[in-house]
Write a new protein. Structure first.
Length: 183
């Protein structure tokens, strides 16, 4: 369940990466389109940063839970700041993108680590499909609720969904309980 939520939140940011800065800063759409380039640059920075942390032996669950918790707080801050301090809201969203960047690979990796290699290839397709469902459903839901890709409501709902991701990951990452021994 964490994967579709994450993909949905990421799709809000990536899919509207030109619209959000255009609306927040009230700039020409041609200039706002640079938001898409900024989004992918920030994603690369976040992924390289997570790779560095992994090389330093930081556990993937720690990277994922810490980054998504902080991202949820910053996304909520962006929602609260979008009308009063648009520059700060956009800066918060930039940090959110960096923090969320490694999430897809980490969630997928944590899920596949629990399986034997033969099963993991078959399961990958199902996980990717689940993510795609979230990538369609979550932005649609958020747009129906918020009505504007750069609204306070959009960012607050996305923040709430983002906050669920680390909780779901921690529940899923628990070691399996030993089977009960029949008496």
């Amino acid at each position: 369940m964490a994967l579709p939520l994450y993909v949905g939140v990421e799709t809000v940011l990536s899919g509207w990466s030109a619209v959000i800065p255009g609306r927040i800063l009230a700039v020409d759409p041609g200039i706002a389109a640079l938001g898409t380039s900024a989004f992918w640059t920030l994603m690369a920075l976040g992924r390289f940063g997570a790779a560095t942390l992994r090389r330093l032996a930081v556990p993937p669950t720690r990277i994922l839970t810490t980054a998504t918790c902080v991202a949820a707080v910053l996304m909520a801050a962006a929602g609260l700041l979008v009308d009063r301090a648009p520059g700060w809201a956009l800066g918060s969203l930039a940090a959110v993108v960096v923090l969320l960047a490694p999430s897809y690979g980490l969630i997928l990796g944590l899920a596949l680590d629990r399986l034997d290699p033969a099963r993991s290839a078959a399961v990958t397709g199902a996980l990717v499909a689940c993510g795609a469902v979230g990538g369609t459903a979550i932005p649609t839901l958020i747009l129906l609720i918020g009505r504007d890709p750069a609204s306070e409501t959009t960012f607050l709902v996305a923040a709430a969904l983002c906050a669920l991701v680390p909780l779901l990951v921690l529940v899923a990452a628990r070691p399996p309980r030993p089977a009960a021994v029949p008496r």
